[in-house]
Write a protein that binds this ligand. Structure first.
Ligand SMILES: C[S@@+](CC[C@H](N)C(=O)[O-])C[C@H]1O[C@@H](n2cnc3c(N)ncnc32)[C@H](O)[C@@H]1O
Length: 311
């Protein structure tokens, strides 16, 4: 895909209706030959809007005004390019637990959770957050994760998690201020509630840090899965990860994960993890598909703010 098209697709599919600032910026980049040429000097995987915008925000640059953004990026391109080469989009969104919860709570308890592409591991604590599904509150404490659930009853209780572990090519540490600053920079500008949620979830994880290993979701998964307790239901799960994995490795992962005991829970863009006979997604922007053991169950919004069960 040409870089201009990547920025237009991001504006249309992801930012539209969710982040006016990023929608404006991505449309401006898409029609700016000079910025596109700078981006094209990077490897294809490093040209994404979220990475560019996150690096600019991390450096304190402007993201509200496309002209000021353009001037900032043009003046500091060598530093920005260097950051984009070494960083990756590792947005860690605890809110996604709200979309996973109806499935996790319905599995045989207790659970052993193994997340691939865990980033800082904030999605490994579905048993510690509180949830609001319309009028139904599940659990207590902070953060409270709001989710508009359609077509399924909200869970009555949180799952029981007796083991949790994560695998990531570049695990982040929520107790490290520099890692937390990067996670914060990756949150879209208008999303103050997500920033608050990050702090609250990081506080939960920080008091009982997860086992997070540096490794690849194919090469290192079997060894980590083998350490899960045998008397708990193993759930290998992932959310918004496979778009970062080349197609051949995705195929290797999906073949491997089916051979493991327990269950496989995927929350991914259907363009990268396709399913046969999917109905039309609900209106209102980009949706992932939540699938258990390869069977699609629900359409989910990107940050867990809504989940619509497939009839
Ligand atoms: C967009 S983040 C999503 C983080 C988390 N799953 C969530 O939903 O909040 C994707 C994560 O996948 C990781 N990742 C990408 N390729 C990977 C691979 N081959 N093996 C393990 N982790 C990978 C990245 O480093 C990044 O932390």
């Amino acid at each position: 895909m040409a870089t201009a098209d990547i920025y237009l697709a991001f504006a249309d599919r992801e930012a539209s209706g969710v982040s006016p600032a990023y929608e404006r910026l991505s449309r401006a980049v898409a029609r700016d030959p000079e910025l596109l040429a700078l981006l094209d000097s990077l490897p294809p995987a490093k040209r994404q809007p979220n990475l560019l915008f996150g690096v600019v925000r991390l450096g304190g640059g402007p993201v509200d005004d496309p002209a000021a953004f353009r001037a900032y990026v043009s003046a500091r391109w060598p530093e920005i390019a260097a950051q984009m080469r070494v960083r990756a989009t590792q947005t860690n969104e605890a809110g996604r637990c709200a979309a996973l919860l109806p499935v996790l709570a319905a599995l045989p308890q207790p659970l052993a959770l193994l997340e691939v592409g865990a980033s800082a591991g904030l999605c490994l604590y579905p048993d510690r957050y509180a949830y609001r599904y319309g009028d139904r509150l599940v659990g207590d404490g902070e953060p409270v994760l709001d989710c508009a659930l359609t077509g399924v009853a909200p869970p009555v209780r949180r799952p029981e998690v007796v083991w949790r572990a994560g695998l990531d090519v570049n695990p982040l540490d929520v107790t490290d201020p520099a890692d937390l600053a990067w996670l914060d920079a990756l949150i879209w500008p208008e999303h103050r509630h997500r920033r608050e949620r990050l702090r609250a979830a990081a506080a939960v994880a920080g008091t009982d840090p997860p086992l997070l290993l540096r490794g690849d979701l194919v090469d290192d998964l079997p060894a980590l899965a083998a350490t899960a307790p045998a008397d708990a239901t193993l759930v290998v799960f992932h959310s918004s990860v496979l778009y970062q994995v080349p197609p051949a490795r995705r195929a290797a992962f999906t073949a491997l994960v089916r051979t493991l005991p327990g269950h496989w829970l995927a929350n991914e863009d259907p363009a990268v993890l396709p399913h046969a006979d999917l109905p039309e997604p609900p209106a209102g922007g980009f949706h992932n598909v939540l699938a258990l053991d390869g069977r699609p169950l629900a359409w989910t919004r990107g940050h867990g703010q809504a989940a619509t069960w497939i009839a």
